[in-house]
Design a protein around this ligand. Structure first.
Ligand code: LIP
Length: 254
C-alpha cells in the first residue's frame, strides 16, 4: 500500500526548486512557445528519485523524460505545469503527480507552490483542497466562467479554437486564461471556474487533475467524448455536468 501522505509531502518538497532564482533563469526553448527551465528538470529528477524509493516496481512517466515504454502501473508527472507562467512570474503554475493503474488514475495531487493550494484525490474517496472536501458547482452555462487552451505551441491551428471560444464567450459569463491545465481543471473541481477545453495536451497536463475533477462530481472526456486515456496527447473537454454538455454542443456546432 502506497503512503499517499508521504507522496504529498514529497510534492510539497519541490517548492525549494520553484523559489530558486538561478534555476528559474536557466531557460531552454523546446519549440514554438514551449520552454523548459532548470526548475522543471530539478523537480523531475527529485520526485522520480523520492517516489521510486517508496516502491521501485512502479513505472515513471514525466514531461521531462523520454517515455518510449509505458508500464501499465506508473506515476505520471508534470514537474511544472505552466512553465511559461513560471518564467513570467505569473504565480499560477503547478506540480502535478498522478498514479495510473490499469487505465484509471487512482491518486492525484496538484500543488501550486505560490499560494500553497494543494488539491488531492484518491479514487472513490473524494477530492480535497487543503484538506477540505470539494464539490464542483453546476451553474447554468450563461452564468459560467470558461477557460480554454489556445494552443500557443501550434499557432497555425489556433483560428478554429478562437472561433469556438468566441461562440462560447457570447453565451457564457466570461472567459478565463489560467494557462496551467492542471490548475484549470482543479479550479472547476473547486467551483472557481466551471469549464475548460483544449484541443491538444499531454497526459501529464491532465492526469492528476482528471481524478480530482471526477471525484468532485465533474465531467472530463476526450475531445470525441470517449473515456480519457493517459498514453498519448489528446484533446479534453471538461466541466461541471451542465457546462460539459454545453461545451460539447458548442464545439460540435449545436
Ligand atoms: C502547458 C499547459 C497550458 C496548456 C499548454 C501546455 P506546460 O503545460 O498546462 O495550460 O495550454 O498546452 O501543455 O508545458 O507548461 O507543462
Amino acid at each position: 500500500m502506497i503512503d499517499y501522505e508521504r507522496v504529498i509531502e514529497i510534492v510539497k518538497g519541490a517548492k525549494k526548486f520553484v523559489v530558486d532564482s538561478t534555476l528559474r533563469e536557466q531557460i531552454e526553448i523546446k519549440g514554438e512557445a514551449d520552454f523548459v527551465t532548470g526548475v522543471d528538470l530539478m523537480i523531475s529528477n527529485y520526485i522520480k528519485e523520492e517516489i521510486l524509493r517508496l516502491d521501485n516496481t512502479i513505472g515513471f512517466m514525466s514531461e521531462e523524460e523520454n517515455c518510449d515504454f509505458l508500464p501499465q502501473k506508473r506515476w505520471i508527472l508534470d514537474p511544472i505545469d505552466g512553465t511559461t507562467n513560471l518564467i513570467f512570474d505569473y504565480q499560477l503554475s503547478s506540480i502535478s503527480l498522478a498514479l495510473l493503474d490499469a487505465g484509471n488514475i487512482v491518486f492525484g495531487v496538484v500543488y501550486n507552490p505560490f499560494n500553497g493550494d494543494i488539491f488531492t484525490a484518491i479514487k472513490d474517496r473524494g477530492a480535497f483542497l487543503n484538506g477540505k472536501k470539494l464539490h464542483c458547482v453546476d451553474r447554468e452555462p450563461s452564468n459560467s466562467l470558461i477557460e480554454f487552451g489556445a494552443g500557443s505551441t501550434r499557432k497555425k491551428e489556433a483560428k478554429k479554437i478562437f472561433e469556438i471560444a468566441e461562440s462560447i464567450f457570447e453565451e457564457c459569463l466570461d472567459i478565463r486564461r489560467i494557462c496551467s491545465t492542471a490548475l484549470s481543471i482543479c479550479f472547476i473541481a473547486a467551483g472557481r471556474i466551471n469549464g475548460y477545453f483544449e484541443k491538444r495536451i499531454k497526459p501529464w497536463d491532465y492526469a492528476a487533475a482528471s481524478l480530482i475533477l471526477l471525484e468532485a462530481g465533474g465531467k472530463i472526456t476526450e475531445w470525441d467524448q470517449t473515456k480519457l486515456q493517459y498514453d498519448k496527447p489528446t484533446g479534453v473537454i471538461c466541466g461541471s455536468p451542465k457546462v460539459h454538455g454545453f461545451l460539447v454542443g458548442k464545439i460540435y456546432g449545436d
